[in-house]
Design a protein around this ligand. Sequence first.
Ligand code: NZQ
Ligand code: ZN
Length: 384
Amino acid sequence: MLKFNFQNPTKILFGEGRIADIAAEIDKDQRVLMTYGGGSIEKNGVMGQVKAALSGYRLFEFAGIEPNPSYETLMAAVQLVKEEKIDYILAVGGGSVVDGTKFIAAAVNFQGEPWDILAKQAKIKTALPFGCVLTLPATGSEMNSGSVITRRSLQTKLPFSSPLLYPQFAVLDPTTTYSLPPSQISNGVVDAFIHVIEQYLTYPVNARVQDRFAEGLLLSLIEDGPIALEDPQNYDVRANIMWCATLALNGLIGAGVPQDWATHMIGHEITAMHGLDHAQTLAIILPSVLSVKKEQKREKLLQYAERVWGITKGDDAERIDAAIEKTRAFFERMQVKTRLSDYGIEKASITKLVAQLEQHGMVKLGEKRDITPEISRQILELSL
Ligand code: NZQ
Ligand code: ZN
């Protein structure tokens, strides 16, 4: 096991009806800004529950944080926070609203050009406190300190993080996810699955407990993902998926192990250029990363094949190929297509995608930092 620090300060309020408990987490004298997306929280009653819980508070609203939240929109929220002297932000929605809120919290008191937080990875010294009510299990943003922001005008999607950006609390009420359209149920399961893979399918460091946690999360997602599509109001299934997605990226399984993240970094470029959903890009790229890197990932791929997919027959190469095919088939079973061509993206785009990776400094990806732009090109070509 590698050396690590682990500290996660986010308080989880889990279960049906827990939105009612948020007043205990936010001081009554705070001026609170509720941030949200395109209106799903109005339709499914979550906004009503938040307003009821915070009746008597000075509550302001900022709507319109898009999927793949944009710098342009978030800077308008920063302006509102300054004008209204907001003390506390409450993000209500999916990963995009939580990520966007992290950027707002970071940018409000940033000295200098806020885009540098992303483009130059400039360190922030303070952040406004914030909490969240999560309505889409997928990203883990509700219990981590990372965020991914898109600047539409530059077709650039970049991650940043700071220890100051853990939500103070996160409400995880599985019933808020009943209103998700099937495509977002699928996206969430695939994103969480691939978060686990990015931290698990590298090379062995004898981190046996992290491996077993990771395999448990993968097996739960494989079991519950398809049921969530067939039986959307199944509370236990929604609860398991929600907690899986949080545990997949809250630092626990990633502590003390090598991490990959090449699939994510290549995927971000596809979203920035072609507008695909985050999880769609991952479902396209991951099988190719595993194929291109199968020698380097050999031992963990064999472990994954046996423990997650029960593959024990055949020689090493056959078992590895079978595990990669099972992975692809799982995404397809979750109704997420796994080829660039399924989304109308052609070979001609690949040169531009590779150029964007280079422009964003994504030139040494993977757990061994050996995925150069040329190897990213191979991965993209294999994904056609
Ligand atoms: O905007 P509204 O109207 O709320 O609708 C949203 C949105 O259209 C809808 N939705 C959310 N909850 C719903 C619902 N519809 C009905 N019922 C509900 N309960 O779903 C749509 C997608 O929402 P979004 O927040 O964009 O999805 P997700 O949670 O998948 O977040 C994706 C973003 O997170 C980033 C991605 O890159 C992407 O920008 N990521 C953040 C990470 C992190 N902070 O650690 C890690 C991830 O790898 C990922 O990169
Ligand atoms: Zn992701």
